[in-house]
Design a protein. Structure first.
Length: 363
């Protein structure tokens, strides 16, 4: 009897999603055709083009679930029928404001284009309040000129000052390769360049402040992943420190994308920089250029912090003393890495001294 039990345990161990290493590809051309899906995961919503208040269309209930998932519909009041009701119209309008679209309240083509894009699993609306600031007025005649910018989680949680160095570790079962480890190191550097925070990788997953893991489907936190594209990752507010990425994505490590990138290629570093923003306390931004914008088109690489991101993180933690506000500042490690540059300037100084001595001797 013991033998079958052992076999069953081994099978369970091997089919445990966390024990499977994620799909990492050195570049987009290395993704096998069999892994490239036909759509974005949400392409079925395309049949809802033109839906508006009072209409009843098959598939609308599923779109309501999508809106509920990202916080636009209250779970207690949401009616998940195929009826386009008033609460759903209000939800669509808030969504359109957040994504800088005309607030038609109708599932029009520009709205649909945003809905089907792969995106972060964190909600845009928390406890009924939009965490995204509206980017621009809905029409040019509007007298409301709000400026879209960064946001925080409700009650603005942040890491305490006593934790200016945060440690991070990868889920051991993922067997994250070194290339991915250095990719995350670069992603953390983006944030430490502009803030007083520093980050250090450690091996102990249990002891790390920030725990990074790739998971498939339901992974025990009530926010299941949905396979290729759709939601890509999510991260928790300070000081939870959990960063989860969808194990089923085709994660591309070398972000040198070409325009003909396969639909399902997702730049891991872009997503990492975004999710680290959440770990540090930033919510979503309606500024499209910002790292904290919720969605990313497949094949797009976006790793540079925008002014919006920098202002947001500095409002929470203050600035890096070396940050001059105009560009990235080298971290101590990068300075060590670029030591050849320093030795070159040393040679220049030596040359000037030697020339000076010669000129003194011969005058
Ligand atoms: Zn996000
Ligand atoms: Zn999760």
């Amino acid at each position: 009897m013991k033998f079958p039990l052992l076999v069953i345990s081994l099978i369970i161990l091997f089919i445990n999603p966390a024990s499977i290493s994620a799909h990492f590809f050195p570049n987009i051309t290395s993704i096998p055709a069999s892994l490239i899906p036909n759509g974005t995961g949400w392409e079925a919503f395309n049949s809802l083009l033109g839906c508006g208040r009072g209409m009843k269309v098959g598939g609308l209930a599923k779109l309501k679930k999508y809106f509920q998932y990202f916080g636009y519909l209250n779970s207690s009041s949401a009616d998940f029928s195929d009826e386009f009701d008033d609460p759903f119209e209000s939800a669509v309008k808030i969504y359109q404001l957040n994504f800088n679209l005309d607030t038609t309240g109708v599932i029009d083509a520009p709205t649909l284009k945003h809905i089907v894009q792969p995106r972060c699993g964190n909600p845009d609306v928390v406890n009924g309040t939009s965490t995204m600031r509206f980017g621009k007025p809905s029409n040019t005649n509007s007298t409301i000129h709000t400026v879209g910018h960064y946001s925080f989680f409700p009650s603005r949680p942040r890491w305490p000052d006593s934790k200016s160095e945060l440690t991070y570790a990868f889920l051991p079962e993922n067997q994250v390769p070194e290339t991915v480890q250095s990719l995350f190191s670069r992603a953390f550097d983006r944030w430490s360049e502009v803030s007083p925070l520093t980050f250090r990788q450690i091996t102990s997953f249990r002891q790390a402040d920030i725990k990074i893991g790739f998971f498939s489907g339901d992974h025990g936190d009530g926010e299941p992943f949905d396979g290729v594209l759709g939601t890509l990752a999510h991260a928790f507010a300070p000081t939870v420190g959990r960063l989860h990425l969808d194990n089923d994505e085709n994660w591309v490590i070398d972000g040198n994308f070409i325009t003909a990138a396969p639909l399902s290629a997702v730049d891991l570093e872009s997503v990492a920089v975004h999710e680290i923003g959440h770990l540090l306390g930033l919510g979503h931004s309606s500024v499209e250029e910002a790292i904290m914008y919720p969605s990313i088109r497949s094949g797009v690489r976006k790793v540079e912090l925008a002014n919006d991101d920098i202002t947001g993180i500095q409002e929470l933690y203050g600035s890096n003393p070396n940050f001059n506000g105009s560009g990235p500042v080298l971290t101590p490690r990068q300075e060590r890495d670029s030591s050849s540059g320093h030795s070159l300037s040393g040679h220049v100084v030596l040359f000037i001294v030697v020339v000076g001595l010669f000129s003194l001797l011969f005058v």
